[in-house]
Design a protein around this ligand. Structure first.
Ligand code: FPP
Length: 277
């Protein structure tokens, strides 16, 4: 947290929001569906790609803020398997912007000790994009700060299909196909996110209340936060607002809250004692 205050103006809105955050209850993993670039551009009579270009700055600010806050992992949804349906010129521009980001931001990622990774069906990407991704992965592999994980050519369903196929293939190679038993642990270990904690907080910008095939397995107990802000307008204050909202939630993971648990214990103590007699 102190890294964050070093970047803020004392007394500013961001500063006040940061002061309200409980440093002991930060989400370990934040996932973001960055939506609304097209609408942002349309409202300004600009081509859609202008919205994507304007979407780079919030990526930089969000990565920097998560890093300064000491968040363990940030997963950004940059390109879905379904996004190939968009016009060729838009898709090409998205690749150019991603490559630009990777090249321009590498020194900053290194300074902040950010480890870059990506996930998705990467063999379907243009070769230069793959090359730039691999360069950033290799260059930042030794960093021990924020894990920045970008979903590219990603879909939650194809991730699950890939995980199950990998489990079956391992079993086949090891000659234990007949006794194969699949459980939650074996699936989690074969997801693209293996080794990362599940997201605690899923943010979606632009007001749409959908998960759009993103991290379907991993968000089982994530807290969802939808903001009407379009992605290009997403500022540090919006991220801090989302974290503050998350810290107000009562996370029960299918159980009971602490208060409800003690109330339930009291409520049942007497009837149970009577039955036991
Ligand atoms: C959704 O807006 C956004 C995308 C499909 C692309 C997101 C890409 C970036 C922010 C830039 C590059 C990414 C990185 C990680 C450097 P939309 O086009 O669906 O908006 P709309 O719903 O308003 O049409």
């Amino acid at each position: 947290m102190k890294d964050l205050f070093a970047a803020l103006k004392p007394g500013s809105k961001d500063w006040r929001l940061a002061e309200a955050i409980d440093p002991d209850r930060l989400p370990a993993h934040i996932a973001i569906i960055m939506d609304g670039n097209g609408r942002w551009a349309r409202r300004r009579n600009l081509p859609r790609v202008a919205g994507h270009r304007a979407g780079i700055e919030p990526v930089q600010t969000t990565v920097e803020t998560c890093s300064r806050l000491g968040i363990q992992a940030l997963t950004l949804y940059a390109f879905s398997v379904e996004n190939w349906k968009r016009p060729r010129a838009e898709v090409d521009m998205l690749w150019r912007l991603l490559r630009l980001y990777l090249r321009r931001e590498l020194p900053e990622l290194m300074r902040n000790r950010v480890r870059f990774t990506c996930m998705g069906r990467l063999d379907g990407l243009p070769p230069q994009v793959r090359q730039d991704l691999e360069n950033s992965i290799d260059a930042t592999a030794g960093n021990n700060g924020l894990r920045l994980n970008v979903a590219i050519n990603y879909s939650g369903r194809s991730e699950l299909v890939d995980a199950v196929n990998a489990i079956v293939e391992d079993a086949r190679l090891e000659g234990r196909l007949r006794d194969l038993h699949i459980d939650e642990e074996s699936i989690a270990a074969r997801l693209y996110t293996a080794g990362l904690p599940d997201p605690d907080l899923l943010i979606r910008t632009s007001g749409e209340k959908r998960v759009s095939n993103f991290l379907l397995w991993q968000i089982a107990y994530a807290e969802l936060y939808v903001t009407d802000t379009l992605w290009p307008d997403f500022r540090r204050a919006d991220l801090l607002d989302a974290i503050l909202d998350y810290q107000k939630r009562d996370r029960r993971f299918g159980g009971l809250s602490m208060d409800a648990e003690s109330a339930a214990l009291k409520e049942w103590a007497e009837p149970v004692a009577t039955i036991a007699q």
